[in-house]
Write a protein that binds this ligand. Structure first.
Ligand code: ZN
Length: 140
């Protein structure tokens, strides 16, 4: 396990904008505030969702699309740098009217309503290609 001690004082609460992309709004916010590393979690509702499932044998992400409304049971993620852009690595669990859930790595979702808590760290986290998993992981 690789690790680094981090410190941070800036915390934010945010209300996501209706009709815009969930992850894209977090990345825009991080850009505006100059956030180079953070963790966040949130809740709310979305109108659709595009999840990506990482096939560990193929080493490829495969999309799973949902065109239906969901509750965002939680969303959790972090902000770091990937290929010269701020990237919000985001996972989510979504629930339906009957209480059933779908969950996974969130690529995109249209916000119906959303609330977010963000904790920034005063460091810069970068993702680089990991040879074992072929994923872009933190280089600590
Ligand atoms: Zn992921």
């Amino acid at each position: 396990m690789n690790y680094r001690e981090v410190e941070g004082t800036r915390e934010y609460v945010a209300r996501l904008e209706h009709g815009r992309d969930w992850r894209g709004q977090i990345e825009s916010f991080a850009e505006t505030e100059g956030i180079d590393a953070a963790f966040f979690f949130g809740l709310g509702a979305v109108q659709d969702a595009r999840l990506l499932f990482y096939d560990q044998e193929d080493k490829e992400y495969y999309p799973v699309e949902f065109d239906e409304p969901f509750e965002v049971v939680p969303v959790v993620g972090n902000i770091s740098w990937l290929e010269n852009e701020r990237f919000a690595h985001t996972h989510a669990a979504f629930s339906r009217e009957d209480g059933g859930t779908v969950a996974g790595h969130l690529d995109a979702a249209t916000v119906f309503a959303g609330e977010l808590y963000v904790r920034e760290f005063e460091t810069r986290l970068e993702r680089t290609r990991d040879e074992v998993t072929d994923l872009d992981l933190w280089s600590l």
